[in-house]
Design a protein around this ligand. Structure first.
Ligand code: GDP
Ligand code: MG
Length: 298
């Protein structure tokens, strides 16, 4: 019998905000690489995860949700989506089963233009009762003729994710692995440290704060015989936001610091010393020079 060839390629997780792309990413890599929150626009940068299995290596890229950009930060986020799609062998398009309106399945233009394979993951099916209600949704998606396959899943419970993985692997191009088998990502620890602090901000603060804050890991020093030293700068747009982040008597920032430190220690598997500083960077979301300095591609 002829041995089947090794498969390796890039899968972009794409879709509108809040459909569960980051939750799926974490389920696929069985690790908390991507930050998740109930708020839309949690993901601002691409996150890369590597899944190595029997006969395949799948490189998964989590992306910001596709939206109409209103300011340069969002434009940079959309550029990231375009770049990831430009390199992807497969676009895994997530659709939220609780939001789909029969008769009106709208797919963003970026995804219609995508030339290679599109696979639909109909997510959040744990929230659909009875299950028969999924049938017209699946038929509706099939009628768009845009997808090679449609797989119902729950990224939250993991239901259907194994089948989605099989479908994605089968659609990968043939080729040798790009990374060593035991490698989980290629992004540095400091990227994940910044993301974990931002996840805490997204979760702990409300209204405009999650969107007005950017995180920069200013220092990450491994110290001989002592905990790693990590200094994180939190940029806000206005003094009033600085006040909210710090809180009365410094309580909010202390709580943010300790929950962030715990998340970082769990991720790194070692104790760290975390220092948070808050700085005002007026209109950083709209300032291209600042965005560029913060690592966004404008
Ligand atoms: P993203 O913006 O597409 O990356 O979405 P996230 O992964 O950040 O998820 C947005 C919200 O949807 C979070 O509150 C998740 O817990 C929730 N979520 C994601 N997948 C599922 C799912 O399969 N079922 C349910 N009930 N909630 C989900
Ligand atoms: Mg996300």
């Amino acid at each position: 019998m002829e041995e089947s060839a090794f498969r390796c390629g890039y899968v972009a997780l794409v879709g509108v905000p809040n459909v569960g792309k980051s939750t799926l990413m974490n389920h696929l890599v069985a690790s908390r690489l991507a930050i998740v929150s109930p708020k839309p626009q949690t993901t601002r940068r691409r996150t890369l995860g590597i899944i190595s299995g029997e006969g395949y290596q799948m490189i998964v890229l989590d992306t910001p949700g596709i939206l109409e950009p209103h300011y340069p930060l969002q434009a940079a986020m959309m550029k990231t989506v375009q770049e990831v799609l430009g390199d992807a062998d497969i676009a895994c398009v997530l659709l939220d089963a609780t939001q789909l309106k029969p008769g009106a399945i709208a797919l963003p233009e970026e995804l219609r233009r995508f030339q290679r394979k599109r696979i639909a993951a109909l997510n959040k099916v744990d929230r659909i009762y009875p299950k028969e209600l999924l049938i017209p949704l699946i038929q509706e998606i099939a009628q768009t003729d845009l997808f090679a396959e449609i797989v119902p899943i729950s990224a939250l419970t993991g239901d259907g994710v194994g089948r989605l993985l099989e479908v994605l692997v089968r659609a990968l191009p043939e080729g040798p692995p790009f990374y060593p088998e035991d490698q989980l990502t290629e992004q540095p620890e400091r990227f994940f440290v910044g993301e974990l602090v931002r996840e805490q901000i997204m979760t702990r603060f409300s209204e405009e704060i999650p969107y007005a804050v950017e995180v920069e890991v200013a220092e990450f020093t491994e110290r001989e015989g002592s905990k790693d030293f990590i200094a994180v700068v939190l940029y806000v747009e206005q003094d009033s936001q600085k006040g909210i982040l710090i809180g009365s008597g410094g309580r909010a920032i202390r709580d943010l610091g300790s929950s962030s430190r715990m998340a970082i220690e769990q991720f790194l598997g070692r104790p760290v010393f975390l220092e948070l500083r808050v700085k005002v960077a007026p209109k950083w979301r709209r300032d291209e020079a600042t965005l560029r300095r913060l690592g966004y591609r404008i």
